[in-house]
Design a protein around this ligand. Structure first.
Ligand code: ATP
Ligand code: MG
Length: 147
């Protein structure tokens, strides 16, 4: 079984079909790009893999993430899948961070939710991650706000 399996994914708003019968597979270590013109359904396809589609979207077909049937999974199972097996990097990075939360807290939040780490461990990993993406003064950045 592949890491990600999408079979006949169809997404509708009322009687308007915006994604029709999309199927693809993705194995561990592979990269897959969905390419298409604006409005062709790339974002809705990606969002629906984690049940993050907007209200009113009717999603049918079959989606499995590492064996979990995400279209039928309950909220708790999905929560542990998000961030563990699957993460999402949204468009518009400038609006992705909460302007009122300090950077360290935002980076730690995902780790504390999805991994069994103590606060101290999460703090150390947050510094490592910030260094990895190129912040030389990572420790100082933890207490800074995104701006
Ligand atoms: N909440 C919604 N209600 C009704 N229709 C929607 C909604 N969200 C998206 N759509 C429609 O679904 C279609 C697919 O949208 P989607 O955002 O997935 O496209 P996209 O391929 O990601 O486009 P882009 O390249 O611009 O990001 C579009 O026609 C859009 O108008
Ligand atoms: Mg999009």
């Amino acid at each position: 079984m592949s890491l990600v399996e999408v079979e006949n994914l169809t997404i509708r708003f009322g009687n308007k079909s915006v994604v029709e019968q999309v199927s693809f597979r993705l194995d561990r270590g592979e990269t897959l790009a969905l390419v298409g013109e604006s409005g062709s359904g790339k974002s809705l396809t990606a969002l629906s893999l984690l049940q993050l589609q907007p209200p009113g979207a009717m999603v049918s077909g079959r989606v499995t993430l590492d064996g979990l049937d995400t279209l039928t999974a309950d909220a708790a199972r999905l929560q542990s899948s998000r961030g563990g097996v699957a993460g999402m990097i949204f468009q518009e990075p400038m609006t992705s961070l909460n302007p009122l939360m300090r950077i360290g807290q935002q980076v730690r939040e995902a780790m504390e939710l999805h991994r069994t780490l103590t606060q101290a461990e999460a703090q150390i990993q947050a510094v490592d991650l910030l260094r990895e993406v190129g912040f030389p003064d990572a420790i100082d950045r933890l207490d800074a706000f995104p701006h």
